[in-house]
Design a protein around this ligand. Structure first.
Ligand code: ATP
Length: 295
């Protein structure tokens, strides 16, 4: 069952169209990344789902139903930096957060264990590193043991060690069976921690689905011969490429990621009576694919 299903969601801030008819579905048990450059509408989308903002039009369901307050309470959120008290400890801060969220305090110790703060649970918040503060914020989202977590840019502002810790934590929460929906502008982050992705660009959904289907790097092989028409015709019969592009003096063929067998391609052309004057592999990086999708 889909944890979240978004249908044709739009949001206008006056003349600014932040979301322009976005639809996708988040299957249970996934780590679902909402990926897009700054200003693409990620925060707006999460704000609507958590009822902080009203959509201009469109619908969404949580757990297959029209959302209710009770259902939203089953979701742990980290949408903006929570206001923790600097002169109180992690335990004291989580007790206060639990009271505000009307969630039990009984699992605080276990939460601090999960987010790796047990050893510092009685130190003042003011003495924590940025990474520790962010892990406490995730701990606060875990109060009440929700099955679904929504995080907006969970690694923002952290150093590489802090980023790695949060990513590990997200993976561990996923292994425990939680569904995690997270906004990120970092391709690398989504590639490393997410199983699924929806890519937003200026309020439009570009694509969504399994990360392995969407964020795959392709091999591009450039070939040329004296007679490009004959080469193009011969290549039509070559199996295993996804598409072909004719350039002025060469032909590009796009092969799936992995190690391409250039020898086989060369032998195939030779067998068809074509001698290649040029055969070169150019890797297409994920970055260039993402750039192509979003720019
Ligand atoms: P970022 O990562 O920078 O927060 P984002 O992908 O989360 O970006 P949003 O914050 O949802 O994007 O913003 C989407 C668009 O809506 C942007 O053009 C932004 O300027 C605009 N916007 C957001 N909030 C408001 C607001 N309260 N009033 C007017 N425009 C807004």
């Amino acid at each position: 069952m889909a944890v979240l299903e978004v249908q044709n969601l739009t949001k206008d801030y006056g003349p600014v169209k932040a979301l322009k008819g976005v639809s996708f579905s988040v299957p249970a048990g996934t780590v679902f990344g909402i990926l897009g450059p700054n200003g693409s509408g990620k925060t707006t989308l999460l704000g609507i789902v958590m009822d902080i903002l009203k959509a201009t039009s469109g619908e969404y369901t949580l757990f297959g139903q029209v959302p209710t307050e009770r259902q939203r309470k089953q979701i742990g959120t980290l949408l903006e930096t929570p206001n923790f008290y600097h002169y109180l400890s992690a335990v004291e801060n989580l007790r206060i957060a639990a009271a505000i969220k009307e969630r039990g305090v009984e699992d605080i110790d276990q939460i601090l264990e999960v987010v790796g703060l047990s050893h510092r649970k009685n130190s003042n918040f003011s003495t924590y590193s940025l990474g520790m503060k962010q892990r406490l914020a995730i701990g606060s989202a875990l109060l009440g043991n929700p099955d679904v977590l929504v995080f907006d840019e969970p690694t923002n502002g952290l150093d590489p060690v802090g980023i790695a810790e949060i990513r590990e934590l997200i993976k561990r929460l996923s292994q425990e069976g939680k569904t995690i929906i997270m906004a990120s502008h970092l391709l690398d982050e989504v590639e490393k921690v997410c199983t699924h992705v929806a890519i937003l660009k200026q309020g439009n959904l570009i694509t969504s689905g399994h990360v392995n289907d969407i964020l795959v790097a392709e091999n591009v092989v450039e070939v040329a011969s004296d007679d490009l028409d004959a080469l193009a015709a011969a290549l039509q019969g070559y199996d295993g490429f996804s598409r072909m592009e004719r350039e002025q003096h060469s032909i590009k063929i796009f092969l799936p990621s992995g190690v391409p067998d250039l020898g086989r391609l060369n032998a195939y052309c030779f067998q068809k009576g074509i001698t290649l004057s040029h055969l070169q592999l150019r890797k297409k990086s994920l970055e260039s694919k993402f750039f192509e999708l979003t720019s």
